[in-house]
Design a protein around this ligand. Sequence first.
Ligand SMILES: [Zn+2]
Length: 393
Amino acid sequence: MYTATANLVLPTSIIGSLPRPAWYTQNLGARDFRDAMVDRSYREQYLDAVAVYLRDQETAGLDIVTDGDCRFDADVAGHNWFSYAPLHMDGFAGARPYRVKGGLAGIPQKPGHILHDVLETRVMPDLVGPVGRGRLRYTALWKAAQRQTGKPVKFGTITPELIAMSVRDLHYKDLRKSILAVSDALNAELHELADAGCPVIQMEEPQIHLLAAKGLSDALLNAKFMVEVFNNTVRGLRAKTEVWCHTCWGNPAAQRLFAKTPSYAPALEALNEVDADVITFETCSSGGMDLEAIGKRMRDKKVCIGVVDHHTLQVETPEQVAALIRKALEHIPAERLVLSSDCGMGREGMSRRHAFYKMVSIVQGANLVRRERGLPQARCLAAETRYSMIEGE
Ligand SMILES: [Zn+2]
């Protein structure tokens, strides 16, 4: 159901992660978040970091905010986005370098490239027993952010297939079974989160578009099965909250995984089948090349487009953002269009200031289009001339 985006035209948000403040030096590791929050140093740094993530988003004027993915450790290429769940769920143990046969999609096999570090640091626990929710603590994590702001806080999670595909399975010895076991455990965790009042739950990176774009489809892994997995993971949630499905073309160390941004076209039919209210697309990095196809295929769900690029340090101008929004509006009605970043901006890629001004551009660009259409504009404190420290401005 629509909650956070209900009654908002051209709402703004970001995908999730933000760059860590330099003083946020604590890491959670495999500790239970509730245990770590007993530690005064961890608690103070964690809550302060969440506070500045929220404050930056509020100062920019975003409508829907996130906790900046504050739970993730300061590690290489944002590795903890993969490892947090298996480090905290039941059924996983140990820590071993894990290597998919033939490497990971789009990642160079030989040293000498920044992305090779992604392979080298893929140290994950093994799957050794029945999977359970364990100590994911999604509800506690969301509450720690939501109680610090009046704006709706979106909570994002990695999808089950990426958890199961990133570990060595010594228990189920069947990839489909292990994916579905993780899916069931996540569903229970997400119901607790929705029941606690979380207004938006975002599933991050179902492997639908990547499989479809690469034309990969075998009996084991194909877009159809990934849609089944997605819908199993979110079953029952849309009766309680707003569900987003995030898709992009990769983000380790803020690097591109493809020489040329792939097209979403082969994936749109499958993506239209996911049980979600909003689907996000990486559209800024491709110059909006798929907007027409997206508009034609997505006739009911809301479409969230990326209007700033997470790979680049060049901050998009409000005029560039507005131009991309206008292009999208040629194919997608304003009532169903949501604005965001292409992906998270905190996966070891950019400084806090770059991310901040990208968020400011999202809001200023949205305001340009809102003004043209007679829609209410968001206050963007960061852009108010009266608070400039330059005298006489
Ligand atoms: Zn992404």
